[in-house]
Design a binder for this molecule. Sequence first.
Ligand code: NDP
Length: 264
Amino acid sequence: MNLQLNNNIALITGGSAGIGLAVAEALAGEGVHLALCARNEARLQREAKRLQSTFGVKVLPLKADVSQAEDIRTLMADLEAAFGGVDILINNAGTGSDETIAEASDEKWQYYWDLHLMAAVRLSRACMPLMKARGGGVILNNASICARQPLYYEPIYNTTKAALLMFGKCLAHEAIKHNIRVNTINPGLILTPDWIKTATALGQREGLTAQEYLDRLAKSYTPIGRFATPEELAHFFVFLCSPLASYCVGGSYYVDGGWLNVVN
Ligand code: NDP
């Protein structure tokens, strides 16, 4: 299948690890040039070099904390200077939380709001004129199954991801007038460094190793009984980026091994 993505330019937030890195690899395999952003510069540079030499596409590493408006302004200026525009924006950077509503501070709420929602708002607003100038584009938001079906140890994560899901729906309505397709993907259990960190912390509380915690979680939550690899999920992102997904607009797609427990 020719996905018709060759020579497109994609900006992926959180493109140096986990899901973002797997999407970067899958897009690079289709001949897409990449701008990847993350905070840890050493890891970002290492992965950017590896992708560039493996796939022969241009890869621009952009050190940025997307929860910060100023970092987004700098990132966009560097992206425009290097590539002159962008076709695909993947709003992916994010992380789980762990708190009770009774105890979490305003500052914690604000950080996750900025990371999960405002980063997508600011980047979409900045990328849309560039996409418009190229005749269209694609914006994908990586929310979570928790946007609809919460995990109760992370109320801030659930709430801010639910906001991202609604933002995607509203943006899709506005953006399609300019031939920009916006969709949101809601992954279930994807085995990434973020889950290893969470399983290590939560497993310790119950005297379980990270692996024991992950196995129990996958078996009790998902009908499929296992985590997905980031690569299994990345295929779906790439398809939604492709012109072959031309009628997919404003959607909210679950890739969750059957975990969502309602008819959507
Ligand atoms: P990882 O922790 O494995 O990777 C996160 C990536 O985002 C890294 O590249 C990290 O780099 C970057 N990142 C984190 N915070 C920031 C920031 N403030 N600014 C810029 N970059 C940042 O996470 P996952 O791959 O597991 O998760 C990716 C997304 O998928 C998240 O939004 C998550 O909520 C969502 N998701 C994940 C699921 C899963 O099961 N794994 C399920 C559902 C949704 P660095 O630390 O260097 O900044």
